[in-house]
Design a protein around this ligand. Sequence first.
Ligand SMILES: [Ca+2]
Ligand SMILES: [Ca+2]
Length: 409
Amino acid sequence: MKYGLPLALLSFALTGSSLLAAEPAAALPRLDVRVAFPNLRFDRPVALAEPGDGSNRLFVVEQHQARIWSFANDRNIRSKHLFLQLPDPINRGNEEGLLGLAFHPNFKQNHEFFVYYSANDNSSRRSVVSRFQTSRSDRRLADPASEQRIWVSAEDPYENHNGGTIAFGKDGYLYISLGDGGAADDPMNSGQNPRDWFASILRIDVDHPQGGHAYGIPADNPSRRSRRHAHWAPEVYSIGLRNVWKFSFDRQTGELWAGDVGQNTWEMVHRIDSGGNYGWSLREGFHPFMPQRRRRADTAGPIRTPLAEYPHAPTADRPDSGLSITGGYVYRGNKIPALQGVYVYGDYDTGRIWGLRYVDGKLVANGEIVDVRKHPKLNIASFGEDASGELYILAFDGRIYEFVPPSGR
Ligand SMILES: [Ca+2]
Ligand SMILES: [Ca+2]
């Protein structure tokens, strides 16, 4: 009975809020969180991935240690195994390090996986996506010597805003989030510049290299398929994104969801479409950003508003504030039926966790799903999804958490 009960108090910023009262599907659950693997701890865990090979293993990325650990997806697991120690030197700013991990859709057959890291190449700051393979002598381990750099960013003057998520879509292409370069106020004006890669999500084909690159360009990337987008860099899939700190694909629908970190006032949730412009640095969420600068919007199409936003400073209407969004996943697991179809996201700074329902193109519910007063504050660095669609929370206390129905039920 507790499910959905606090909804009326905790749902905000609805478009078409009249749907809420009449629509049972709009209900959001109220959940607790607990440590998922009591015997495991990690140092700055920033990404979790599963290999899709039926082995029921999970892999966790340690940002500054530049290590990837594997372990059996079993609550009682006692130990983890070192899968990869990144061989290259990395930068270790607060937003730098080993940031992303994605297993090739055919990992079971080709043993390939990909990582995203902040390289330190002779003092040149760049983001890198590399392909690795597992060891021929022991497929449970990575082969550090197998590294092949497939994508390297332009030189990046600032240590922040590096994006860092990589993931394969249902189309088999690799998506990469890259922030606006960094500092404040988009000093390179990369937000509305689709010719550079910054402030974008990129999409590449890792299986069909072409044109002297280690990757190919999908034939339906915006610049290839649309005359209006012809001036975009071939790799660019969407623009106007300040710093997508985590995106994911809905495993049921294939839709791309992203949390975009705002600057002064708002944090944003976007559903990303090919060729979309999400407004930075003309907009921050639903709001103009420094309009006195009179910067021009890219010409390919209109600026999209986010699906949802939350404020940096709590107000009477919005006590649920935060300072840095961590994008999550649409829940497609089995353990918590009331969470089915909900996009779950959180805030690194306040540890708040929200869910939203987006049905037939409409936001029908958006609100907190965990009572943060009942739990120690989590610095939420990432969410993760296992082979069954169950979700996890990676926190900088070194623990991995999971959702459970409220205690006392
Ligand atoms: Ca940067
Ligand atoms: Ca750009």
